[in-house]
Write a protein that binds this ligand. Structure first.
Ligand code: ARG
Length: 457
């Protein structure tokens, strides 16, 4: 196969160099964006009188044919032609002759790849933002279905205070909403067109960059050609945002894994989202949640690869930059798959509301409310804390719960306790009393659910 850059070479490229240097095995997925960019570039070259309009027609119809061939799976990629750009350009020239050789006028693969990847990233961002919306909606609908369910809220994985299950789920909605915001902000930085920077210094041809940018739906054109061909910080951000999503998915997964243990018995994940064991017939394992938790590692790895790749690269384009694709593609694929799977798994989760409520009876979750009760009657909070601490000690030693103490027992710790004290202790009451902004009271949570539902639909 004839190299498109072969003019100054006397010897054939070593086979090992071809194995090292080819990228078409992974950048072939950029074909639709590459072709779209080339069509816009050719049209502009024609409009500006840089190449004949007749050639532009041939180029465009040739490229469209290649796009169809690729879509149908009948395009033959050659690693000798290195990358997707040269594969397409070479096929174009084979098909239409000299007109094909005019396409690359005023353009370099350096601004071409930078443009392709930005268009690709922009589309992936749109998909990811949609998936983030879908998982939030899935969590909101799940919360609405279980809006009265109470479980122990934890700190340090120790029972802390009762909360609504919906409140805990809405915490994840907040996380995914911020993730979507991060991607939306990144999209603005991505949607700037490098094409027209050529190799690195701009071009001598009277190109019309604004025209191309408009056709390709870019918001603006890059203002420094050297930055435009060598910058990949938006891909680092992409991997960083993807890492954040994965971290949130992993925290959620960890919770589902714990909750479906025999020890917790809070939830049962649907059969379609669990798997069995090849030896133990009784097993139903939360593999989906575990795989999602596990895949965080690869996306963090992708981010680390990108950060390391860029470190120390001198101006401007260096071939190292070809190594940006696999990590970024992997991060994008992984985050999309994981978001889709988890969003689909959520509605299959059966909640054991009784087990959750029963669990609120262990671990003195009412302690803060007892202290608040005394404080409301005039005792300074630090003193109330001490009194209730003594009660916890007493109950622990005697294997009692607060609810087991009668009024007399309560009063032996403080005479401020009165006969309304037992009503204070119910988990429903404790939850209801936390009616501050952002608190877990049913009133606040219902309002938060409504607001989230409205935002998402
Ligand atoms: N395949 C290359 C990449 O991904 C395209 C740009 C190649 N440019 C060059 N001057 N070798 O970065």
């Amino acid at each position: 196969m004839k190299k498109l850059w072969g003019g100054r070479f006397e010897q054939k490229t070593d086979a090992l160099v071809e194995a090292l240097g080819e990228s078409v095995s992974f950048d072939a997925r950029l074909a639709p964006w590459d072709i779209r960019g080339s069509i816009a570039h050719a049209r502009m070259l024609g409009e500006q009188g840089i190449i004949p309009k007749g050639d532009v027609k041939k180029i465009i119809s040739g490229l469209k044919k290649i796009a169809k061939q690729i879509e149908a799976g009948d395009f033959e990629y050659s690693t000798e032609l290195e990358d997707i750009h040269m594969n397409i350009e070479s096929a174009l020239t084979d098909a239409i002759g000299d007109a094909g050789k005019r396409l690359h006028t005023g353009r370099s693969r350096n601004d071409q790849i930078a443009t392709d990847v930005r268009m690709w990233a922009r589309d992936q961002i749109d998909i990811i933002i949609e998936l983030l919306g879908a998982i939030q909606l899935s969590l909101v609908e799940f919360s609405e279905k279980h809006v009265d369910v109470i479980l122990p809220g934890c700190t340090h994985l120790q029972h802390a205070q009762p909360v609504l299950l919906a409140h805990q789920m809405l915490a994840y909605v907040e996380m995914f909403a911020r993730d979507a915001q991060r991607f939306a902000e990144l999209r603005k930085r991505v949607n700037i067109m490098p094409l027209g920077s050529a190799a690195m210094a701009g071009t001598t041809y009277p190109i019309d960059r604004a025209m191309v940018a408009k056709e390709l739906d870019f918001d603006s054109v890059s203002v420094n050609s050297m930055d435009a061909v060598s910058d990949r910080d938006y891909l680092i951000e992409f991997c960083s945002n993807a890492s954040m999503v994965m971290m949130h998915l992993s925290r959620f997964s960890e919770e589902l894994i714990l909750w479906s243990t025999q020890e917790y018995n809070y939830i049962v994940i649907g059969d379609a989202f669990t798997t069995g064991s090849s030896i133990m017939p009784q097993k139903k394992n939360p593999d989906v949640a575990e795989l999602v938790r596990g895949k965080v590692g690869r996306v963090y790895g992708d981010l680390t690869a990108m950060l390391t790749l860029m470190k120390g690269l001198p101006m401007t384009y260096n071939r190292d930059l070809q190594e940006d694709k696999e990590p970024v593609f992997d991060a994008s694929d992984t985050v999309q798959l994981c978001l889709a799977v988890v969003a689909k798994m959520i509605p299959t989760i059966k909640v054991n509301a009784e087990a959750m409520l029963d669990a609120t009876q262990e671990g003195f979750l009412e302690a803060t409310d007892l202290a608040d009760y005394l404080t409301a009657k005039g005792m300074p909070f630090r003193e109330s804390h001490e009194v209730v601490g003594n009660m916890v000690l007493h109950c622990t030693k005697n294997k009692l719960r607060f609810a087991d103490l009668n009024l007399e027992a309560f009063q032996s710790f403080s005479t401020l306790f009165e006969k309304d004290i037992h009503a204070v202790l119910s988990p429903q009451n404790i939850v209801k009393e936390r009616n501050t902004i952002g608190g877990t009271s049913p009133k606040r949570v219902r309002a938060a659910l409504k607001k989230a539902q409205k935002r998402l639909t």
